[in-house]
Design a protein around this ligand. Structure first.
Ligand code: C5P
Length: 443
């Protein structure tokens, strides 16, 4: 792949935004009986809106709650209901249909359906498809809260989970029967965003591994106190999500933050800079891109007191010692990944960021101004992105938007570097090699 071609792919991918994961994916949506089946119509609409191809398969009892015509109009495909429908089978047989799917999603999944799936029954089209497919299966259960809590349902859910079937919800709330409790079908928006993580990834980083650090670190003073900073981890988590959306296998080493793990991302929780460095060393092999977004403490107390320090004196001096610079260490490792650092500065942002890019031997650095309400612990930010031979200002936007834009630049620079390496390694190495080749050609 040429660098120009890479750039074209990256721009097209960035332009598509968040929906790219669903684009063109084939989702077989099973609808079983339950009052929540009306929400499945909205679910089809949203999946289609995200670019997915949706084939609806209804159980016979689901037809008591919603008509196939509704689903047909929304999906643009004839709804399948019957294992013995000769005409439908002639168009696409049930085994073919099971192979067609990138993912089987059953929403709502009734208690009866969970039981039948758990016990391997294949007495109708939907259960047969579930048994015959190699695609991931996701279930969004919906039922009365007592049925959900029943020991038989609990055992079925556990069995299905142990077999790798994914579960979405159910939510807790008021139920159609007038009672309250767990058993409400998850909202269509939530189902769509959960489903995305189990679809085969796409994007320019497919097959590449990205390792990120995020959040603050906590450096122990005594068993109840620590030194830390204001980092919320939001930028790092948004970057992890953006790199996952680019198709990468993503490992996120995170300091203590109160953020949910982005779907499809493997998270390793740590506390101190020392633990973060150890986790990074463990996860580093095979990493193509390393992104250091963590606000790693630069100093830690020389020793962590084994007991709580008592306030016996008017002042207390803490002796601090430098922590390991994780980014600089990874950059000095071999093989060295594509290195991305962050720089938080209170003044002369570009000057200090450039100095850091060179001092830590980075490929790219994203810098921002910090202080008062800027950058740390807030939702918006702006970035100055610098790399050897380039610079880009990303104006104030949400951290999610910034992460998407920044990931586009990272992917573009990473692919350009890969292409240059490939060119270099296929080019003649030195004069002697060139002379040998020329000689061989002449003879
Ligand atoms: O030198 P400074 O701390 O400003 O550099 C910031 C960059 O270095 C960030 O990318 C941060 O994640 C990384 N860093 C690190 N380990 C440290 C200090 C900073 O990885 N101990």
């Amino acid at each position: 792949m040429t660098a120009a071609c890479d750039r074209h792919i990256v721009r097209a991918w960035v332009k598509k935004g968040d929906n790219r994961r669903m684009q063109g994916k084939r989702i077989l949506l099973g609808v079983t009986d339950g009052i929540a089946a009306y929400k499945s119509a909205e679910l089809v609409r949203r999946l289609v809106e995200h670019g997915a191809q949706v084939q609806v398969v209804m159980t016979a009892a689901a037809g008591e709650f919603v008509t196939p015509t509704t689903f047909q109009a929304l999906s643009g495909r004839t709804v399948r209901t019957d294992l013995w429908d000769a005409a439908a089978e002639a168009a696409m047989g049930h085994i073919e249909l099971a192979r067609w799917a990138d993912l089987v999603l059953v929403a709502p999944a009734s208690a009866d359906f969970l039981a039948r799936l758990a016990h391997g029954l294949a007495d109708d089209l939907l259960s047969t498809l579930c048994l015959a497919t190699a695609a991931p299966i996701a279930l969004a259960p919906a039922m009365n809260h007592l049925m959900w809590s029943n020991a038989a349902t609990r055992a079925n859910v556990e069995l299905l989970g142990a077999r790798g079937v994914h579960l979405i919800g159910p939510g807790v709330g008021d139920q159609a029967c007038g009672e309250h409790g767990p058993g409400r079908l998850a909202e269509p928006g939530e189902i769509v965003s959960q489903v995305a993580q189990w679809l085969p990834p796409a994007g320019p980083l497919l097959g590449r591994r990205v390792l990120l650090t995020a959040g603050p670190t906590r450096e122990c003073i005594d068993p109840v106190r620590f030194v830390s900073n204001r980092s919320s981890g939001k930028m790092g988590f948004a970057m992890a999500q953006a790199m996952r959306a680019a198709g990468a296998e993503v490992v996120l080493v995170s300091g203590p933050v109160s953020l949910p793990t982005p779907p499809g991302v493997r998270r390793v929780d740590v506390e101190s800079a020392e633990q973060m460095y150890a986790a990074v060393q463990r996860e580093l092999p095979g990493t193509a891109i390393f992104i250091g977004t963590a606000a790693v403490a630069d100093y830690r107390p020389l020793a962590c007191a084994p007991q709580k320090i008592k306030k016996n004196s008017d002042s207390l001096a803490l002796e601090l010692t430098r922590t390991t610079d994780i980014l600089a260490q990874v950059s000095a490792s071999a093989p060295r990944p594509f290195m991305v650092g962050f720089a938080a500065e209170t003044n002369a942002v570009e000057h200090y960021a450039l100095a850091k890019l060179l001092a830590k031997n980075l490929d790219l650095i994203a810098a921002n101004e910090v202080g008062h309400t800027k950058a740390f612990d807030c939702d918006d930010n702006s970035l100055l992105v610098l790399w050897r031979g380039g610079r880009l200002e990303l104006p104030v936007a949400s951290k999610q938007e910034l992460a998407r834009a920044l990931s586009g630049v990272i992917v573009e620079q990473f692919l350009a570097q890969q292409a240059a390496h490939e060119r270099d390694s296929s080019a003649p190495r030195d004069g002697a090699e060139l002379a040998t080749r020329e000689g061989a050609r002449a003879s």
